[in-house]
Design a protein around this ligand. Structure first.
Ligand SMILES: [Zn+2]
Length: 272
């Protein structure tokens, strides 16, 4: 989220309020045009009353007025309060600390209401039903941006479940009559071999329809397995943990959807 090479804008503040975990600092260049506060008009959030994403706006009457001296933004704390534009019944409150120096502005959230929900993936939860404890810990670490811990848990999850994932890929490839080279490569991955070889094989083991724009999620997972936590910085670990989370979620949900579609189709055609 931090971006020390660009000036803080309203859309940065909006994204920060929506996404940043508590107590994690974001750093921006101080805007050249002096803003008097961090105030922004709107954030997007899930409304529990409307049961969908809605814009939330600051509906408090604004103070100030003619003749008041324009304040400049100083180090201190800021209070944000937004209400859903549709129902006006659900609200979002954020507390933010800002620290300014000559060139930079650093901000961290130190309060948020209601409590942010952790972003769990339903398909992954189902797939990892025997490993939910590790998944839960991985998600908590990710939400606090504890990169090293998140990476360690996600890596363990991949280790524990990679063979089940390969089975799903194989099942799907067989049903879809994928290239025999794909099937052979998946078979090869299930045998003992050095990790370096596995990454190469994994990179060609997926049918094209599981590689959006040529990006191979299985290859990425094997790459993550080959790397130790000790060799990476906190930030690199966080990136890797996010990558594993996204690749796993994509593969598992894609395979589950394809399987459901196949079964539905078979059922309907067999009735004809
Ligand atoms: Zn609403």
């Amino acid at each position: 989220m931090s971006s020390e090479n660009h000036e803080l804008t309203d859309s940065d503040i909006k994204e920060f309020l929506e996404m940043a975990p508590l107590y994690s600092w974001s750093v921006f260049k101080k805007p050249r045009i002096n803003r008097s506060s961090l105030w922004v008009r709107e954030v997007d959030a899930y409304c529990d009353v409307c049961e969908q994403m809605r814009p939330f706006q600051d509906m408090r009457p604004r103070g100030g007025g003619a003749g008041m001296a324009v304040k400049t933004l100083e180090s201190g704390t800021s209070y944000f309060e937004f209400s859903c534009v549709s129902c006006r019944k659900s609200h979002r409150v954020y507390l933010v600390e800002q620290v300014l120096d000559e060139d930079f502005i650093r901000i961290q959230k130190f309060g948020e209401l209601p409590r942010a929900k952790l972003n769990r993936d339903r398909d992954l939860q189902r797939f990892l039903k025997d490993d939910l404890d590790n998944y839960e810990k991985a998600i908590v670490c990710l939400s606090h941006e504890y990169g090293i811990a998140a990476f360690a848990y996600f890596r363990r999850i991949v280790e524990n479940n990679i063979y089940r994932l390969l089975e799903l890929v194989q099942e799907d490839a067989q049903a879809s009559e994928a290239d025999s080279a794909d099937l052979e490569a998946i078979d090869e991955l299930r045998k003992e071999s050095p990790m370096g070889d596995k990454i190469k094989v994994a990179n060609r083991a997926l049918p094209e329809y599981l590689k959006p724009d040529g990006l191979n999620p299985l290859g990425r997972l094997y790459q993550a397995l080959s790397q130790g936590v000790h060799s990476l910085s906190e930030e690199e670990c966080l990136t890797k943990a996010n990558e594993i989370s996204v690749c796993l979620a994509f593969l598992v949900s894609e395979l589950a959807t394809r399987k459901a579609h196949r079964e539905k189709f078979k059922k309907m055609v067999s009735k004809l």
